[in-house]
Ligand binder design. Structure first.
Ligand code: ARG
Length: 605
């Protein structure tokens, strides 16, 4: 393996921005932030859009420039000498169009091939983040909304980790609150010897929850006992603590079935963990005169809202908001996270807005929402069924998420087997390989169908759509990747070696000696340019918390590859070596996209 320690230069956009910044610095005494963006191919590769903004500030105050276009000219002329830039031109009211040199694009790709895709990790300004995701509630149903949060959170965590951010992946499970009194009391009553039966006693926890709730509502004596049980639990009485743990453990096992299938890593730190901190942080609010009494409750008033944020309920108990305040305090001061990201359905937006505002009032978070440390709420739209209503499975009974996942896998396995039988290839495949491919495709399909949408929009859950092998689906993309692998494989590379190269480091590449990439054909160049934009796409997806940007990039990459492969002969051509390197680079970048999206790549079909 290579241990060369190469200073990362940042994305192409960041590198170009540095050049533009130098040019601006030589022209204007005040610091100007470069405005640089990829542009339509007919203009160039990138565009610098500073001229118009600068003109609007200088107009009437300068004799040096006659119009925005002359500012554009000056920016272009003052760009430092660099092998990155092939040519520039100024268009319209001062857009500076910039074209990269083919040589630089090739070198940039070659560097990645030799030193690994980590070379293309974006450089972010945070070092430590919390991603609070999945977070189902004990004894209640883990539903598709939690699934969406699980998928989204895992991807965001993966993208941040790739960008060298230390990520605390937190499962903020709802494991505290008055409902536990009722559950515990019901456990004692229904299963007097529950301690011997372990978690076998309860069986279906959701049915158990419903039954205990019914009893709680119908039977005043039971209600009183349940309320006393809460007090005993909260004061730490052994028997109650133990029963509570037992109930949590049953839910945890069910949640884990989902996490294992989806290969999602999470660390549980539930609501109960923060309970001991609540009193202290509320005292801090009191000392700062931020808490008032309202209809018997203790509240924080938040500007812009008609209703205040309740932090202590009428009965003296703490709630979701006081727990979240304590948790935010803990993450900021004890864990020293600079960016705290919460992923739930959009329905909770007001809760987050309000307690973030409370944190700003007390000075834990800076007044500006963009400054660090920062708290962000990632709101998710609903998952709908094909009837346009909130998604439920066929039976109106509880949807077990595991069953949903298993169905995706089973369907994709059936498809795969059919396809292989049609091709006469089924005999080459071991059962284990069939199984792992079906898992990769099935779970990948569920994840991708979700992630490709803008997260705020509702999306319709449809097995038929997500498992289609045409169009913008994981199946199509995974197969596209496998086909590229088979092209490379035909040129004598072994599939096992490919798999090891989950990032790169394969073939001649691990010797550090590779041929040169030539980008003479327009479709070669378009593919090359798209490849080097990977880093800035990941950067954008991270900063805006929008993985759909990465999905779109991945889909376009496969389209551009198809165009290249259709117009440029690879095997047996004069440019074989260069073109195989482009195939390899494409496969590596696709693979990295899959991994960032939490999808397991497939190497043959
Ligand atoms: N348990 C909550 C729910 O199921 C989500 C918790 C999100 N995280 C948080 N810190 N509030 O809706």
């Amino acid at each position: 393996a290579t241990s060369r320690n190469i200073e990362r230069a940042g994305s192409a956009k960041q590198q170009l921005s540095r050049l533009v910044k130098e040019s601006l610095g030589s022209l204007f005494p005040d610091e100007v932030q470069p405005i640089v963006a990829a542009c339509q191919a007919k203009f160039g590769d990138y565009q610098c859009n500073n001229a118009m903004v600068i003109w609007s500030q200088l107009k009437g105050k300068t004799t040096q420039f006659k119009n925005p276009s002359s500012i554009g000219q000056a920016i272009a002329k003052n760009l430092p000498e660099s092998e990155m830039i092939e040519s520039t031109s100024v268009a319209g009211p001062g857009f500076v169009n910039i074209k990269f040199s083919n040589k630089w694009i090739s070198k940039h790709i070659q560097n990645m091939l030799v030193n690994g895709i980590e070379q293309w990790a974006p450089i972010l300004s945070v070092r430590k983040a919390v991603v609070d995701f999945s977070s189902p509630n004990i004894a209640k149903e883990m539903h598709v909304g939690h699934l969406r949060s699980t998928i989204m959170g895992d991807t965001l965590a993966r993208m941040l980790e790739f960008s060298n951010v230390e990520v605390l992946r937190r499962n903020h499970v709802g494991d505290w609150g008055t409902q536990f009194g009722m559950l515990i009391e019901y456990l004692f009553e229904q299963f007097p010897n529950w301690e011997d039966a372990g978690d076998q006693a309860i069986g279906d926890l959701q049915a158990f929850y419903k039954a205990s709730k019914k009893k709680f509502d119908d039977d005043p004596d039971f209600k009183t006992r349940a309320q006393q049980a809460v007090v005993k639990l909260q004061s730490g009485e052994d028997k109650y603590r133990h029963a509570w743990q037992n109930i949590c453990e049953i839910s945890r096992k069910e949640f884990d079935l989902v996490y294992q299938r989806l290969k999602v890593q999470l660390e549980e730190k539930g609501e109960s963990f923060y309970n001991p901190y609540i009193r202290g942080i509320l005292e801090e609010f009191e000392r700062n005169n931020l808490i008032k009494e309202s209809e018997g409750a203790r509240v924080v008033e938040i500007d812009g809202y008609d209703i205040p944020l309740i932090v202590v309920k009428k009965d003296g108990g703490y709630n979701y908001a006081s727990t979240d305040l304590a948790c935010l305090w803990y993450r900021l001061t004890e864990e020293k996270a600079e960016w705290i990201i919460y992923i739930t359905d959009v329905g909770q937006q007001q809760h987050f807005d309000m307690f973030f505002s409370a944190a700003r009032l007390i000075g834990w978070l800076p007044a500006s929402k963009d400054a660090y440390p920062k708290a962000s709420h990632v709101g998710l739209g609903l998952v709908l069924g094909s009837d346009g209503k909130r998604f439920r499975t066929r039976s109106s009974e509880v949807v077990r998420l595991v069953e949903l996942l298993d169905e995706a896998k089973n369907r994709s396995k059936a498809e795969l087997i059919k396809r292989l039988e049609d091709n006469g290839k089924i005999t080459d495949w071991t059962d284990a390989e069939l199984e792992s491919t079906a898992e990769a495709v099935g779970y990948g399909a569920i994840k991708y169908a979700d992630l490709k949408n803008n997260r705020l929009t509702n999306y319709t859950f449809s097995f038929d759509q997500m498992l289609n092998d045409k169009g913008n689906t994981a199946v199509y993309l995974l197969y596209a990747h496998a086909r590229i692998c088979s092209i490379i494989n035909k040129s004598s590379k072994d599939i096992e070696e490919l798999k090891k190269a989950s990032t790169c480091m394969s073939w001649k590449i691990n010797t550090g000696v590779i041929g040169k990439i030539v980008l003479d054909h327009v479709d070669e160049r378009a593919l090359g340019l798209h490849l080097i934009q990977f880093a800035e796409i990941v950067e954008e997806a991270c900063s805006n918390l929008l993985p759909n940007v990465l999905c779109e990039y991945l889909y376009n990459l496969s389209e551009m590859f198809t165009r290249f492969y259709t117009s440029c002969q690879v095997i047996g051509s004069e440019q074989q070596e260069s073109r195989l390197l482009l195939c390899e680079a494409t496969a590596i970048v696709m693979r990295k996209c899959f991994l960032l999206l939490g999808i397991t790549p497939v190497y043959r079909i």
